[in-house]
Design a protein around this ligand. Structure first.
Ligand code: AP5
Length: 222
């Protein structure tokens, strides 16, 4: 067949909406979602060696050391499902070194999406965020309240979602953002993330559909 799996990278400040958009992207394009934040939170809650190493950094709103995260991501991307269906990498690379690691392993995305949202909105989004530990779904107390009382009762708050820690995460993001975008400037698509999630998704959808068409065309032409 002419199917060429998509390789997508999504980036943006804390609470810019990466996880929210990834849910929508996966539903439409069937890519394997690889979120370093989700993978790390799963390691922490099962109390693995990786989790124990990562926990203090995450709770403080700091980056987990590269060697811990990079091994985890490359192992996940090399699994058969990601090769077969394509992947959606969320939350990695987060530093120049991490971008270099991917380049040297020849893990190269087709497109680099960056969600752009003003600082004051990011802080409000983090503070109102709640997670459903059963489905993994992301809610917001004001923008996306849970559908039922039963879901509402089980929602949890992330330990790094306090105002102080969000500010520190945002600072670290800003320190690294430029260095990462130099690596991917030729495939970068910056999107205004300060719109309702369906509106943001429409923009992403049209970008990804175009990238997919271009890939298929290239394949046909050999
Ligand atoms: P990670 O989980 O990746 O956190 P993050 O980058 O800070 O991103 P968030 O998960 O906070 O936000 P998001 O952009 O996914 O937004 P969401 O869709 O939830 O990483 C956590 C930690 O792990 C890091 O701090 C670090 O310690 C460690 N780590 C991870 N990767 C690492 C790496 N590569 N190297 C080293 N360490 C690493 O939305 C946020 C809220 O806004 C929600 O409530 C949502 O409902 C709401 N919302 C979303 N979209 C909209 C919209 N359009 N309008 C209104 N509200 C919206």
């Amino acid at each position: 067949s002419l199917k060429e799996p998509l390789k997508v990278m999504i980036s943006g400040a804390p609470a810019s909406g990466k996880g929210t958009q990834c849910e929508l992207i996966v539903r439409k394009f069937g890519l394997v979602h690889v979120s370093t934040g989700d993978l790390l939170r799963a390691e922490v809650s099962s109390g693995t060696e990786i989790g124990n190493k990562a926990k203090e950094f995450m709770n403080a709103g700091r980056l987990v050391p590269d060697e811990v995260v990079t091994a985890m991501v490359t192992a996940r991307l090399s699994r058969e499902d990601a090769k077969e269906s394509g992947w959606l990498l969320d939350g990695y690379p987060r530093s120049f070194n991490q971008a270099q690691s991917l380049q040297s392993l020849k893990i190269i995305p087709d497109v680099y999406i960056v969600l752009d949202v003003p600082d004051e909105i990011l802080i409000d989004r983090c503070i109102g965020r709640r997670l459903d530990p059963v489905t993994g779904k992301i809610y917001h107390l004001k923008s996306f309240p849970p559908e039922t009382e039963e879901i509402k009762a089980r929602l949890i708050t992330r330990p790094d979602d306090t105002e102080e820690k969000v500010k520190s995460r945002l600072e670290i993001y800003k320190q690294n953002a430029d260095a990462i975008s130099t690596t991917y400037s030729h495939i970068m698509k910056k999107i205004d993330g300060n719109h309702p999630k369906e509106v943001v998704f429409e923009v992403i959808d049209s970008i990804l559909s175009q990238v997919q068409k271009d890939k298929e065309m290239k394949m046909k032409l050999g």
